[in-house]
Structures are given as C-alpha cells and as structure tokens.
Design a protein around this ligand. Structure first.
Ligand SMILES: [Zn+2]
Ligand SMILES: [Zn+2]
Length: 413
C-alpha cells in the first residue's frame, strides 16, 4: 500500500541527533515538569492519607474545578481565540478571566509563547516545512519516539532559534498578551501554589490542609497538561480520518474534558473556525464551542469565524481524493482524475448555490418587509432552497459513487 501523499520523510533516527542540531536541555522547565509530576504521583496519595478529616472532598473538588478551568482556558482562549483568531473581537473580561487567571492555572507557558508555537505548528500545513513544527509527531523514524517527543520531550529542550519563531512571537503583540507574558511567572506561582496553600490553611485551620490543597492544584495542572499534550501526540498519530493538509486525524474519542482533540483533522483543515469539528459529531463532542457561543451571546466575543458548507465540502472531497491518489499508480490516477475533479466541482458549485439561497432567506427576514410580502417572497424562495438542497445531495452522491466504482474496479480497501 502506498503512503499518504502528505506524509513527510522523518528527519531524525534518535533523540541524540537533536543535540547535534543545536537543541539543549531547558533545566528550569525540565525541573518544574519533573518536580510537579513527582508531587502529583507520590504526593497525592500522601496528601489524601494525611488530609484533615473530611478535607478530601475539598481537595477533589478543587482538582476537578482547577483542571476543568485550566483546560477550558487553553482550548477556548489560548487556542481558538488567540492562536487562531476565531473571533474578530475579544473583550477585556475574557482576557482577564481566561488569560490572566485560567491560563496560568494550566501551567503551559504564557499565552503569547503558547500561541506563537501553535501558529508555527499550523503554518507547516501550508509550507510543508515540518522541521519547524515545535511538537511534530513526524520527525522520527519510530512511532514511540514521535509519541514521546510530541507529547512531552519537546518542552524539556530549548529549540534552535528561527526567524519564524521570532516573527510568530512578535505578531502576538496586543496589550493583554504582552502584559500576560510579563506577569506570567508571578501569576503561575500565585494561582497554583500560594492561593491554594493560603486557602487550604484558612479552610482547614492547619498547615497540612494548605499543603494538601496545594498538592490538589499541582495534580490539576499536571492532568491538564497531559490533556493538551494528547492533542499534539495522539491525534497526530492515530485516528479514523486523516486531514487533507496535515498528519492530524479525527478520532472521535473523548480526549480530556473538553474534546479539543476529537476532530483534530477538521481543525487543521480549517483552523480559524471557532468550532473544533464539522457535522453532528463535531457538535456533540465539542463543549468548548458551547462556551464560545455563550460568550458570543453575552457580547464578550464578536464576529465568530466558521467554515462555509462549501468549504467543508471542499475539505472532505480533497481528503477523499488524496486517499485515492495514495493508492493508485500514476497512469491509473490520471485516467480518473479529470472525471473526479469535475464531479467534485459540480458538488461544490451546488453547495455554494444552496448556501446562497439560504443567505437570501436571512437577508429577506432582516429587511422588515410587510408580513404578506415577506411570506410571498419566502414561499418563492422555499422551493428554490429545496431544489438546491436536492441537487447538492445528488451531486455529492455522484462524486461518492464514482469513488466507489474506482475502488471496486481497482480493488483496494
Ligand atoms: Zn495539531
Ligand atoms: Zn490549532
């Protein structure tokens, strides 16, 4: 079986080769991640054992609440709103709540740094330069190295400086991001260590209670970190449907509390979308989008970006054509290419037409016409929308039928 046309060749065979290319160990981050993981693994059972009577419920609630809020701030704020600009306007209360409180509680670096690295991660989809991807799952020749690197090892090393990295960091220069970057370390220490320590002492009346709640906090952000890291590792390595422009996959598994990784292929193929995935499963497995819609309803974010139905159809068609190209020899592919491309264009054109009629319907409703006139116009348009929808479905089916015929003719799975 031929490989996917978008699969880049590995760059490294071993981790040792990284040091020959200018990578060095970041001792501060390595010590922080190592120490907090140790506390989470060894300190948590001790904390629950020595906690003041009944205090375990406070600790458990704090861990779950902290983890949920940290994860939401990463997915909603650092990822969709800041890295991808999923909303045209983001108001200050959103910056304060998710940027200055929630995001330091996630302990994944400042928003500015996080977003810069993430922008580079996505820019590889356009440029094909996967050597620049900071948490690539395609650098190594073996799967276990790709997993370890993209999941955690990437954070333990200083990467060689590149102009792309500097540019991405400089581009994220709005006032909230610059200030959050400057205040990141005090916020990180204050919210994850001092606040739970003080609160625990106040609630339990003992230093032990304070230390227990601080351990609960550490456990929360360690779990949250792994939630984010699985998106970089697991969803770029395993899944059911591969995207058209990256190694990301849709795997439809509930990864962490907010589902950021469920439709990672969809996300990479249309990254600016405030939603994480297309279709019904995208809706069901994406709680972060509900919160964004709530913020939109409250006027705290404005101008949400989303892929049109035509853009979604185009992405799905591209994926299917890439899949076929990966399996057929050159001459065989050329024999089918024109027919498939024509069927695809017909489908996309019909989808565009259907969307245009639906947009007309919305415009009519916004025109405040007299009721009778509005109803007449809407009724006339209703038939057009129905025909356009039927045409769109028929053309999609014709495209899928051709792919099926090709599969049966050339007998590949
Ligand atoms: Zn990704
Ligand atoms: Zn992204």
């Amino acid at each position: 079986m031929k490989s996917h046309p978008n699969s880049p060749a590995p760059i490294y065979n071993s981790f040792a080769e990284l040091f020959e290319r200018g990578f060095t160990i970041d001792w501060v981050t390595t010590s922080f991640i190592g120490f907090t993981h140790l506390i989470c693994l060894l300190g948590t059972p001790l904390a629950y054992y020595f906690a003041p009577p009944g205090f375990w419920q406070v600790m458990l609630s704090w861990t779950l609440g902290h983890m949920f809020f940290g994860c939401l701030s990463t997915t909603l704020y650092s990822h969709r709103l800041i890295s991808h600009g999923a909303a045209r306007v983001v108001r200050w209360p959103v910056h304060l709540l998710f940027g200055f409180i929630g995001q330091p509680m996630a302990a994944q670096g400042s928003v500015r740094r996080w977003a810069a690295l993430h922008v580079i991660h996505h820019s590889v989809d356009r440029t094909g330069r996967h050597e620049l991807d900071p948490y690539s799952a395609t650098w190594f020749s073996s799967s276990w190295r790709n997993f370890l690197w993209s999941h955690v090892l990437t954070y333990l090393l200083f990467h060689p400086d590149t102009s792309e990295k500097d540019k991405a960091y400089e581009a994220k220069n709005s006032a909230p991001l610059v200030w959050q970057d400057k205040l990141y370390v005090p916020l990180l220490v204050g919210l994850n260590f001092i606040l739970p320590l003080g609160l625990g002492i106040w609630l339990s009346g003992t230093l032990v209670g304070g230390l227990c709640l601080m351990t609960a906090s550490i456990c929360a952000f360690v779990l949250g970190q792994h939630n984010t890291w699985t998106v970089n590792s697991v969803t770029h390595m395993w899944g059911f449907i591969r995207g058209a422009s990256s190694s990301a996959k849709n795997n439809y598994l509930w990864l962490g509390p907010l589902g950021e990784g469920n439709h990672h292929a969809d996300h990479h193929d249309f990254a600016r979308d405030y939603r994480n995935g297309f279709g019904l499963s995208g809706w069901l497995l994406d709680p972060t989008r509900y919160v964004i819609l709530l913020l939109n309803g409250l006027g705290l974010v404005k101008g949400l970006h989303r892929a049109s139905k035509k853009q979604e159809a185009e992405i799905i068609a591209r994926r299917k054509l890439l899949q076929v190209r990966g399996r057929l020899q050159g001459a065989l592919w050329e024999a089918w290419e024109t027919r498939l491309e024509t069927l695809k264009s017909d489908w996309l054109e019909a989808t565009h037409q259907w969307e245009a009629f639906k947009a007309q319907r919305l415009q009519l409703r916004a025109m405040h016409l007299p009721q009778l006139e509005l109803e007449k116009k809407l009724n006339a348009l209703k038939a057009e929308v129905a025909i356009a929808r039927r045409t769109m479905r028929a053309r999609k089916q014709a495209f899928l039928d051709a792919l099926y015929e090709l599969r049966v003719t050339h007998q590949y799975a």
